[in-house]
Each structure stands twice: as structure tokens, then as C-alpha cells.
Design a protein around this ligand. Sequence first.
Ligand code: NDP
Length: 474
Amino acid sequence: MFEYAPAPESRSIVNIKPSYGLFINGVFVDAGSGFKTVNPASEEVLAEVAEASKADVDRAVKAARAAYPKWTRLGGRERAKYLFRLARIIQERSRELAVLESLDNGKPIRESRDVDVPLVAAHFFYYAGWADKLNYAGFGPNPKPLGVAAQVIPWNFPLLMLAWKIAPALACGNTVVLKPAETTPLTALLFAEICQQADLPPGVVNIVTGAGATGAALVEHPDVDKVAFTGSTEVGRIIAKAVAGTQKKVTLELGGKAANIIFDDAALDQAVEGIVNGIFFNQGHVCCAGSRLLVQESVYDEVLAKLKRRMATLRVGDPLDKNTDIGAINSAEQLTRIKDLAQVGEKEGAEAWSPPCDLPSNGYWFRPTIFTGVSQAHRIAREEIFGPVLSILTFRTPAEAVEKANNTPYGLSAGVWTEKGSRILAIADQLRAGVVWANTFNKFDPTAPFGGYKESGYGREGGRHGLEAYLATR
Ligand code: NDP
């Protein structure tokens, strides 16, 4: 591996305040208590953030309710202007957002700068374009918004998940209360400042920080009309129960255990890039990560050798260094979860391999790891590890590949690598997964709908389909 001199992105562009309030009705307000958010790469405390109580959540929902009639009456053309303005400010402040995201989340600057933030702006641009065309979106001649949307998001793509939730909601004429994850609140709070900068009418976007209890108070609030959640299947179940029997419209985007299927006729060097991107992108903290590799037996040895060679070139370390491929694990809890499951893998008889690499002494780190000798019954082949850990299985025939790929309670995504177009179509047709990538992996675009089957949730985000979640179509 070439030795590169460190190329750290400067953090001076970001002005992190010592403490942050809640963003309610267009202003930052204090809450009774707070919690600290840390940089997972160094364990340094970045800021103290307000913890919203039930009463604070109520204030935020009331502000969103009060803002709703005027926001809706503005009409799509006027709402679009605000969305375009938000998108442009996001672009203008993209370096600041990317550095802050890497500091609070631990993801490499290469990803926050080149993937997350550009996609965030793209989502706002895309849904700004829809705002005045809702009559032509295929949901009836004059589709109506739902009202107040309660949105709860996870820590793996903090700003991008915010964009996936807020952009379509506002375009359709809803107002929102959003709760970011406890460990990654800072870019949502910077987005709140961007809402102020864009002169967004007060109450249209409200941001309440806090932990699980704040999220629960938000989704259970009787005056919200829509619940949108991305996170674990476990919490998704709790939310589905909490809203059952109410009029609330719900979309859930939950876990995954995607199969990435490599056929023997695939371009193997490209496939290896896809395997690496599929599982090591964002430290594997990706719901649609290609965490189960299915390799056709005849090319298994070759793929494994190429994969190991490629993994030995991955740079693990400082997320702000522009050379870094794999950053920090987002929290101590997540690191424990990954370590525990990796241990289970070894105990159950699978064999772990990681390239030699030095890890920083502070912060939360896990080496990119592959497991061979994995059988379908192993927990590492069934459960979402949500870290840089790949389980490798083999197959002999296309039918076996499909059977194994679908042998999971999840159904969010999958990948197929082959040179035959007809095989791509035939296999994709049989896979029970919301997204199937062909000869690529982890590619996202605001025009493409995203969502799961089975325990991966229901509803779609992105694209024209994503509008449906925020319109009264029943
Ligand atoms: P959670 O599902 O617990 O968190 C997602 C969001 O929901 C966070 O904002 C969380 O707040 C909030 N929340 C927690 N409990 C409740 C509740 N009862 N009602 C409403 N909102 C709630 O994910 P974790 O962060 O705990 O991660 C656990 C596992 O989930 C991971 O190991 C991974 O396997 C999976 N996961 C999957 C994701 C996906 O995109 N599919 C994303 C993140 C995690 P808080 O942050 O304060 O806990």
C-alpha cells in the first residue's frame, strides 16, 4: 500500500456552539435538561444538546399545527421557492455540513463531502421540482397534504435521512417535527439555522433533540397525522404498535441483511469493488449494506483472494483525513454490538479475517472483517451487524442463489453481478427485495424509490413514489 501523508480537512469552517436548544417555531428555545454529543473518532465532547421532554414535544407539534394552514395555502409554486432556497444554501454551506457530519458521526469526509451532502441538496432540488406538479403525480387531480408529520431518524446518515424525510413532506404541504438520533444531532441543528437563513415560515420545520423517549413522545402525540421512521426493526415494531388503531399514516424503513450475489461470469475486479463498497461504505452502518456475500463456488477462491488483496489497501482512521476509507464506529454501544456479534460468529465456527491495520488509541474502531465458512443458520448470516463485517457464503446454481438470498426475514436490497442482462432481469424478478442493484451497489438517487419488503418495513421514500407517503390518497 502507498504511504500517503495525512491530508486532514480543516475543521475551522465549522462553528460548533457549546450548547444547543430545541428548534421550535423558528427559534432555538431552552429545554430543562441536556445530553452531550461526542466525536466518535476521539471521544471529545462536541456540544451539549437539549433533551426534549413530552411538554417540549407538545410545544413543537403545536407550532407545526399552527403553521400548517398557511404553509398549505401558500401553494406548490411558493413552497417550491423555499425548497429551492434550502437546496442552494445547503450547496453553499456544503463543506461546513460535511465537516460537521464527519465530526459528529465518524464517517470519512470523502463520503460526507462526496455522497451525503450532494445527495441532501439533490433531494431538496428534486422535491422542489415536484411541489407545483402534485396534480400530475398520479395521486388524483388535487391531492391534499396530511397535516403534521412526526419524523424520527437514525444516526447512520443523519443529514441525508433528514432530507429524505423533510423535503417530500414540505413539498406536499405538510409541516414537520423531526427528531434526530441522540448520537448525531448536530447537522440537524445546523439545518435548523439554514431554515432561519432561508426565512422559512416559523413552525414549518421543528427539530426536537433527545433520546428514545423523545421519539416515543413524538410518534405517540395525538395531534400528528403522519409518522415516518427509519431505524431498527425492533423500534419499528414498537412504533407500529403505538400507532395501530389511530388515523396516522405510517412509513417504516427498517433493517436489512442484503445478499450481494456474484455469478461466475461477472467482471470480478469490478465485483470486488462492489463488494467493498457494499459492506465497508459508511463503516457498514447502512441498512441496505451488502452484508451477505453469495459467491458462485467456481470463482470463490479467486474472489476471496482478490477481496483480501483489496481490503489490505483500505485506510482506517481519522474521518477528517481525505485519504480515509473507513472512519469510526458511531458510538461505544454500536461498537459493543458489532464486537459481540463478531464473537458469536467465531464461536459458531465461522472464520474471521481482517487485514493488518493500526487503529487509533482513542475513539471507537473496528477493522474491516470478513467471515468465511458461514452457514445460513449462523447468527452473523441472519442478523444485522451494522458494522464493517461481511459474511461470505457460496452457491452452485442460480436457483440456490435466489433461495439463499431470500432466506432472511428482511427484504430491503440486493445486488447481482453477472455479464448477462437476461440473468439480471430473471434474478431480480425473483428476489424479495425493495431495491436490486445490478453490477453496482449502494447507489442512491432522489428520483429512485427506496424501501423494503417483510421486516424491512413498508412505504417508499424517494422518487414520485415518495410523495405518496405525504399525501392523503385514501
Ligand atoms: P433505533 O431504531 O433505536 O433508533 C432510531 C431512532 O429512533 C433514533 O432517533 C432513536 O433515538 C429513536 N427511538 C428509539 N426508541 C424509540 C421509540 N421507542 N419510539 C420512537 N423513537 C425511538 O436504532 P439504534 O440507534 O438503537 O440502533 C440499533 C440497531 O438498529 C443497529 O445496530 C442497527 O442494526 C439498526 N439500525 C438500522 C438502521 C436502518 O437504517 N435500517 C438505522 C439505525 C440503526 P435514539 O437515537 O435516542 O436512540
